[in-house]
Design a protein around this ligand. Structure first.
Ligand SMILES: [Zn+2]
Ligand SMILES: [Zn+2]
Length: 183
């Protein structure tokens, strides 16, 4: 859904959207389970910067709810994650702050981004908000044993035969020599 500045000049926009898995691309590491829901409103904020220079910002306030799966950092099993995030964002036209030292933030609470062309894609905003809400790394449980570094078996499910580290025979020989010297 493209939120157009031209439309916001006429009226503010209320949205209430559901996205099926696949509609928003979260990349290969995240799998969306069930519909993603977002509702909120978009409105125009005009900044007067003097000398007839008006900057048209898009203010976006809303929430996003989603259910995703992320691979466990150790064993790669899917770990469910719920996202329930509220956002309040301000988008300025790209280039509006070029050459300015300070940003005069209209709303101190708002995070600032930039839009290009006609406006912003709600899907892009939601992707970013969901990714920001997710942890960088998850494990399926605190004591996840992970995968065997040699055979790749999931050690939570089965014990493999290569689990015990093999001692280098050269160290054995050295130990023997030292043992003899000490006596
Ligand atoms: Zn795990
Ligand atoms: Zn193994």
């Amino acid at each position: 859904m493209l939120i157009r500045v031209r439309e916001l000049e006429l009226r503010k926009l209320e949205f209430d959207e559901n996205y099926q898995p696949g509609a928003i691309d979260f990349g290969p590491e995240f799998r969306q389970i069930g519909p993603l829901h977002s509702e909120g409103r978009a409105e125009l904020v005009v900044e007067h910067r003097g000398h007839h220079q008006n900057v048209e910002d898009i203010r976006l306030v809303g929430s996003v709810e989603a259910h995703l799966e992320i691979g466990c950092a150790r064993c790669l099993d899917p770990v469910p994650q719920r996202v329930n995030r509220e956002f309040e964002l301000l988008y300025r036209p790209l280039g509006a702050d070029a050459g300015r030292d300070e940003l005069s933030v209209t709303d101190a609470e708002a995070e600032i981004g930039y839009y290009q062309g006609e406006g912003i894609l709600l899907e892009d905003v939601l992707r970013e908000q969901v990714l920001l809400a997710l942890p960088l790394k998850v494990t399926c449980r605190d004591d996840c044993k992970g995968l065997c570094s040699q055979c790749g078996k999931n050690l939570n499910q089965e014990q493999c035969s290569c689990a015990a580290p093999v001692e280098d025979p050269r160290w054995e020989a050295l130990k023997e020599i030292r043992g003899r010297l000490e006596h």
